[in-house]
Design a protein around this ligand. Structure first.
Ligand code: ATP
Ligand code: MN
Length: 481
């Protein structure tokens, strides 16, 4: 009978006990004695390992010596009901072939607890740990769910450019894209670089957001979303900022701010529900790990259990509050009066820091919050101006542990108001003529937002550092691998 290779996930769920099977994977651990060895084998298909039972009379000792943590092996054997491995199935080996050895003296991922900091240094191998296997399976599932959600709701996936010539998106500092010789660039008479001689004939950068192009798409296709990498050269060494991160930006014609908030809340809840329905094994593992990490903390300092936390967000309406109300709450909070904020809240007009956002969510409302109506001075030029002349139709979604997870707004659709605002903040109107055309021809109210993919993953996985939810993080002074 011909046997065919199966994944560990398939084998663990198989009903075919007694069947000849083949599996290939990497050794997590091996234990045993002279008569029998047990190999815990994992191939990335699931957090769970399959146990391979090796009768030492059937497999050469020479071969078994090479079965060490990290080695790649090919096992042929019989699938049987398991009695002791904690899993439903195991394999009784007939043949073990080591296809790639992993010298225990040199292989960095040994079966012991490694710190996340250490694993970041060996990010090229950290996928082989349980924790990063879980994180990156969840990352995949969330990416898939994002496309699923938008496809099911009639959105079109729009690919916006990564190289952009507009430097006025205002979302952050940009990385320059150039082919000019850094040692000897062509200069203009005033000594500045002559970018007319650069590759694109003008100065270009990596995009900080696909929104402006996204608006162009929405103003004809109706509902679009982008999902791609964005780049910010901001020198913020925090646990929530990357220099290269992935962003999801839906943009919808004829949506007002209310519709935008409804979309953001429905979308986030869909993604969390999807994780609970499709990633339970991995979530349970991450939850157990978090609880172990916190077991020495006092009860009141421990965070909510991961799965409970996800269900909590799913089962509660997000609190919708204006910026003005939030400032009142923050200003009058004990925290503020006792000088416990690093940035004291002095009054209306200040930008909110992460500590303020988290106070509102974790201490005051005790659930996710959507803040609206920010002062126009602290928000981007394209946001719709409210009749009060002071605020704009912005919305930030704030989450526990994260702070801002989504930033969005209704966009200014009035040509004159938009141009006036651009002039006020010094944005070259002529260079943005293409953008303004949506307001010149068939303008309509429209709204959208940006969700930071890695911020979402921080929340869903419970990981504490954004560097641990993207395979190869780019941060200031760090572009390894
Ligand atoms: P923050 O104030 O947290 O730095 P922002 O206001 O600069 O964020 P936006 O320009 O509104 O961010 O971007 C939309 C979303 O992209 C944010 O809500 C956040 O989820 C995510 N985001 C922004 N900057 C980063 C970054 N450097 N790394 C990872 N995600 C980010
Ligand atoms: Mn923002």
């Amino acid at each position: 009978m011909k046997t065919s290779r199966m994944s560990v996930k398939e084998l663990l769920q198989s009903e075919d006990c007694g069947k000849e099977v083949e599996v290939k994977g990497w050794v997590r651990t091996k234990r045993g004695n002279k008569q029998v060895n047990f190999i815990a084998l994992n191939d990335g298909s699931t957090i769970n390992n399959i146990q391979v039972v090796v009768d030492m009379e059937k497999v050469a000792e020479e071969v078994m010596k090479k079965v060490t943590t990290g080695a790649a092996v090919h096992v042929k054997g019989v699938l049987v009901e398991s009695t002791g491995s904690g899993q439903a199935r195991e394999i009784q080996a007939k043949e073990v072939i080591v296809t790639g050895e992993a010298d225990p003296e040199k292989y960095p991922i040994q079966p012991k607890k490694h710190s996340l900091e250490f694993l970041r240094e060996v990010a090229h191998l950290r996928f082989r740990t349980n924790i990063f296997g879980a994180v990156f399976r969840i990352r995949h599932a969330m990416a898939f769910a994002i496309h699923q959600y938008f496809n099911d709701h009639g959105f079109y996936y729009l690919h916006t450019p990564l190289i952009t010539a507009s430097d006025c998106e205002g979302a952050g500092e940009m990385f320059r894209v150039t082919t000019l010789d850094p040692k000897n660039p062509p200069l203009l008479e005033d000594g500045s670089v002559d970018f007319r001689q650069d590759f694109f004939g003008k100065s270009t950068n990596l995009t900080v957001s696909g929104q402006l192009e996204g608006e162009l798409g929405a103003m004809s296709l109706g509902k679009i979303y982008t999902f791609g990498p964005t780049f910010r050269a901001e020198n913020s060494n925090t646990t929530r900022h990357l220099s290269e991160f992935w962003m999801i930006e839906p943009e919808v014609a004829f949506n007002d701010l209310e519709d935008n908030m409804d979309l953001a809340e429905d979308f986030l809840k869909y993604l969390i529900r999807y994780a609970l329905e499709h990633c339970m094994d991995d979530l349970l593992f991450l939850s157990k790990r978090l609880q172990e990490e916190e077991k020495d903390k006092k009860a009141e300092e421990r965070s909510m259990e991961l799965i409970e936390k996800l269900q909590f967000v799913l089962n509660h309406d997000f609190e919708r509050v204006t910026y003005t109300e939030a400032i009142d709450i923050l200003k009058n909070s004990k925290q503020n009066k006792n000088g416990k904020f690093q940035y004291p809240v002095t009054g209306w007009g200040v930008d909110l820091q992460s500590e303020h956002e988290r106070y509102l969510v974790e201490k005051h409302f005790k659930k996710p919050v959507i803040l609206t109506g920010y002062p126009k001075e602290i928000k981007a030029f394209y946001m719709k101006q409210n009749p009060d002349g002071k605020t704009v139709a912005a919305m930030d979604v704030l989450f526990p542990q994260i702070g801002e997870i989504i930033g969005g707004s209704q966009r200014e659709e009035d040509y004159n108001k938009l141009v006036t605002r651009m002039q006020e903040v010094g944005i070259p109107v002529s260079a943005m003529s293409w953008y303004l055309d949506t307001r010149r021809f068939g303008s309509a109210e429209h709204s959208g937002f940006g969700l930071g993919f890695e911020r979402l993953l921080l929340f869903v996985t419970g990981m504490g550092n954004i560097r641990d939810v993207i395979p190869f993080p780019r941060t200031p002074k760090n572009a390894e691998f």
